[in-house]
Design a binder for this molecule. Structure first.
Ligand code: ZN
Ligand code: FE
Length: 255
């Protein structure tokens, strides 16, 4: 049993990702920002689409579903809380459900905040997580439908994954995220090192994802809202982590 992944660019700054089970040949698209780049990625890999695993209802994650469903008759799995807002859904998934792609198995985490029903897919055995617009590298999604407290709790679920878990997210926002994160933690050596690495990757036209949970725990201020250096930096020493998270997220919205 082995998982292969193929990441590619979609729309202006979205990522597409294919997940392929070598044992059975089944291939999932994680979200479907746009049908054409997904089809191009399938042609490039030689894989045949059998499943679409949707993280949330936003159009930049779902617009490609109808055309792909029509062409490949693939199974579409969507968050239970948002199925009514997504086209062509075959199955819904919520907290604790196991979603299989061939022999690969994902545990579903409900991560409300960006949207009310957002879910993430964690392939524990393969140490791969697909986190949609909940966690970005050195950032997190905008809190649109949920509360700041919900988003913080959602991020804690992802932070609890093993450090060597690789995660794929919906957008290439890392460089801009780092510019903001440096306003919170200008002296964080791991963040400064990540900034240099990301600048080099972007200059070479390469993606900065996937990242790992361990790297984000050291560099992502949104995951560090309970770290004393961060709470002090935003003038909220001793306050609840959710309040510190809310302050950082609010500053980012205005940045
Ligand atoms: Zn979104
Ligand atoms: Fe998005």
């Amino acid at each position: 049993m082995a998982a292969k992944t193929h990441q590619f660019n979609c729309l202006s700054d979205n990522f597409g990702v294919l997940l392929h089970d070598t044992a059975t040949g089944r291939t999932a698209s994680i979200d479907a920002p746009d049908a054409a780049p997904v089809e191009a990625a399938l042609a490039q890999t030689g894989w045949t689409l059998t499943d679409i695993l949707v993280t949330h209802h936003h159009g930049d994650h779902t617009a490609g579903i109808p055309a792909l469903k029509k062409k490949y008759k693939c199974r579409v799995v969507a968050p239970r809380g948002e199925a009514g807002r997504i086209a062509d859904v075959d199955e819904t998934a919520g907290e604790g459900d196991v979603v299989r792609v061939g022999e690969l198995a994902a545990r579903v985490l409900e991560t409300p905040g960006h949207t009310a029903g957002h879910i993430c897919y964690v392939f524990d055995t393969d140490k791969i997580a697909f986190v949609g617009d909940t966690l970005f590298s050195v950032g997190c999604g905008r809190v649109i439908e949920g509360t700041m407290e919900q988003m913080w709790q959602s991020l804690l679920k992802l932070r609890a994954l093993p450090d060597d878990t690789s995660f794929f997210c919906g957008h290439e926002y890392t460089q801009a995220n780092i510019r903001f994160a440096l306003t919170i933690e200008p002296g964080n050596p791991d963040l400064l090192a990540r900034a240099r690495e990301v600048d080099a990757l972007r200059a070479a036209g390469k993606p900065t994802l996937p990242s790992t949970i361990g790297l984000e725990k050291r560099t992502n201020c949104f995951l560090r809202a309970d770290v004393p250096a961060v709470t002090a930096a935003v003038g909220l020493a001793g306050r609840d982590a959710a309040d510190v998270f809310a302050e950082i997220r609010t500053r980012k919205n205005k940045f």
